[in-house]
Design a binder for this molecule. Structure first.
Ligand SMILES: Nc1ncnc2c1ncn2[C@@H]1O[C@H](COP(=O)(O)OP(=O)(O)O)[C@@H](O)[C@H]1O
Ligand SMILES: [Mg+2]
Length: 220
């Protein structure tokens, strides 16, 4: 269970209010579409849910986020990330290692998972996303869509409770959209919580809850 309570946010004292007293409850199996025009705060909201804001990027945040009744502000980023994992909108911000295999091994190694289990997790996820051919490739040489699949794979190796997927379908082929959609449905069937940020038509079709982000400062 993930609960957002009375969340308000602006980037700094002089910047506009992006989120105003927002509360939301997500339970196991929920697929939540986070919709809204560009600049309405979809990425910001996902960063808040995994506490990248304010722990890495500063901002003026009030309210609480609790996961299984633990306030995540009391946890460090390395403690939160394996439970609530973010797929960033721009995969280049999330790829750090020379090869795909090294990239995929990093997070589970950090969790001190035994080496043979890590290999199994990597094998499974490469098959699942149909990217076995990328295993020994240099991450820098991949296309945008391949990078998205690799960053998604790196999250799947962690098997978090909550997936925050920021524009997961942007730049992907129809085949890969179908592959990721099916994986999202399977995750939800297995009791995971998935947030999908994007433009309504792509994502709303298989969501069972919606968060509509709005421009709070629009002049009417
Ligand atoms: N680090 C930052 N500092 C100040 N303003 C920011 C920062 N990051 C994003 N913004 C602004 O916050 C608003 C929401 O951005 P974002 O969350 O990326 O929206 P979306 O993902 O819906 O396109 C935009 O107006 C953006 O320019
Ligand atoms: Mg965004």
């Amino acid at each position: 269970m993930l609960e957002l309570k009375n969340i308000s946010f602006r980037y700094n004292a002089n910047s506009p209010l992006l989120i105003n007293n927002f509360s939301f409850l997500a339970v196991k199996g929920n697929i939540i579409a986070v919709c809204g025009d560009s600049g309405t705060g979809k990425t910001t909201l996902l960063n808040i849910i995994c506490s990248v804001i304010p722990k890495i990027f500063p901002g003026v945040l009030s309210g609480t986020i609790s996961h299984n009744n633990i306030n995540i502000s009391e946890l460090s980023i390395p403690e939160v990330a394996p439970q609530i994992s973010l797929l960033m909108q721009h995969p280049d911000n999330q790829l750090f290692f020379p090869t795909v295999e090294q990239e995929l091994a990093f997070a589970p190694e950090n969790l001190k998972i035994p080496a043979k289990d890590i290999i199994k997790r990597i094998d499974d996820v490469l098959v699942k996303l149909d990217i076995e051919d990328l295993r020994h490739k240099e991450t820098a040489s991949l296309s945008f869509g391949q990078k998205k699949l690799v960053t998604l794979a790196s999250i799947l190796t962690l098997s978090p409770d909550v997936y925050l997927l920021d524009e997961p379908f942007a730049g992907l082929s129809q085949k890969n959209i179908k592959l990721i959609s099916d994986e999202i449905k399977t995750l939800a069937d297995n009791g995971k919580i998935i947030f999908l940020a994007g433009h309504s038509n792509d994502i709303i079709q298989f969501a069972n809850k919606t968060i509509e982000m709005e421009n709070l400062n629009e002049k009417h």
